[in-house]
Design a protein around this ligand. Structure first.
Ligand SMILES: Cc1cc2nc3c(=O)[nH]c(=O)nc-3n(C[C@H](O)[C@H](O)[C@H](O)COP(=O)(O)O)c2cc1C
Length: 325
């Protein structure tokens, strides 16, 4: 499995001075990377959706590498996005295939940095213009990472820049990008963040077999829940049985805030979760549809195999809205 997949959205890398160089450096500099050059794979713009979805499923980190075209992405990359991020893949009831992966935009921009400001001729910052992609990431459950952007990348002989100058900037861009990727894949905090997303994807399904949860709970875990305190795997089972009798499966745990910080040997995970769930008629909520907002604080460790283990798990309700079924 390639941990990093790079989707190159340049429509013609034969004419590129900067994207082609950055892609070359990524292939040389990263151990486990697959570069997908959309211009070569799909010169006719007919995207092989299954192949693209398989490549994304196999990756931990997705990089979209593209030149800024009309304050956005090139049409080829937009077509790729429209086709690949389909219902029940990137969104919808079973659309959890990208959840917990990292998304990193790597963008070459023609205009200079000062032009991208309220008083500049482009009026908006690049991060503002990239908001549609940021929101796309949120909807798909991808972790949107700070984009790597380099300005003044247009080379038009005798008009803008020199080939040497844009290539030097592309080299610097590649160094920054590779160091960002290494940090993202290596940092324990990022690993725990990815785990949190997978954990809630399991909770959305409320499976009868609780072995996934047991695998990540310490034997003596303390669960401080609104319903009381539960200890160990047996305690978890008692609480989980109540949860399964209350909430219908295919609920949604939306991660509204997530912060992981080191605390000695352990890590503290602070979360704000919104649970959208239908309830069973026999439950305390009498079949109402719920929107439940909670704060959670976990203490976790990472073992030598990078497995996350939860030692304490505290859930504090913020508010609950009930809607008649
Ligand atoms: C169709 C087209 C649209 C472009 N639109 C923008 C733009 O909106 N803003 C900008 O700063 N540069 C724009 N540029 C410049 C490109 O971003 C720049 O040439 C590119 O990043 C250089 O990458 P390359 O050397 O890999 O081709 C545009 C270029 C083309 C061809």
């Amino acid at each position: 499995m390639s941990r990093v997949v790079v989707i190159s959205g340049h429509p013609n890398l034969e004419t590129s001075y900067t994207n082609s160089l950055i892609l070359q450096r990524l292939e040389q500099g990263l151990a486990d990377v697959e570069v997908r050059r959309l211009d070569r794979l799909y010169p006719d713009y007919q995207i092989d959706v299954q192949a693209e979805q398989e490549a994304l499923k196999a990756a931990d980190l997705i990089i979209l590498q593209f030149p800024f075209y009309w304050y956005s992405m090139p049409a080829l990359l937009k077509k790729w996005l429209d086709d690949t991020f389909s219902y029940n893949f990137a969104y919808g009831a079973a659309g959890d295939k990208l959840k917990g992966k990292d998304l990193l935009l790597s963008v070459t921009v023609g205009g200079p940095k000062e032009a991208y400001s309220a008083l500049g001729y482009n009026h908006f910052r690049v991060d503002e213009l990239l908001k549609p992609l940021e929101q796309t990431a949120y909807l798909a459950g991808l972790n949107f990472r700070t984009p790597v952007v380099t300005h003044s990348m247009t080379y038009i002989p005798g008009v803008y820049n020199t080939q040497q100058a844009v290539e030097a900037r592309a080299e610097e861009h590649a160094v920054r990008l590779i160091s960002e990727v290494e940090q993202l894949l290596g940092a324990p905090e990022q690993h725990i963040q990815r785990f949190v997303t997978q954990w809630f994807a399991q909770f959305d399904r409320l499976p009868s077999d609780a072995s996934y949860f047991h695998g990540h709970l310490a034997e003596d875990v303390q669960l401080h829940m609104p319903e009381g305190v539960f200890t160990g795997h047996a305690g978890f089972n008692d609480w989980y049985a109540q949860a399964r009798a209350t909430f219908k499966p295919d609920c949604q745990h939306q991660i509204e805030q997530l912060e992981v910080s080191a605390a000695g040997e352990q890590f503290r995970v602070q979360l704000r979760i919104r649970l959208l769930a239908d309830t069973f008629a026999e439950s305390a909520f009498n079949g109402a549809a719920l929107s439940l907002l909670v704060n959670e604080t976990w203490q976790v460790t990472l073992d030598s195999a990078e497995q996350v283990r939860i030692h304490s798990y505290q859930v504090t309700p913020v508010n609950t809205e009930e809607h008649a079924a």
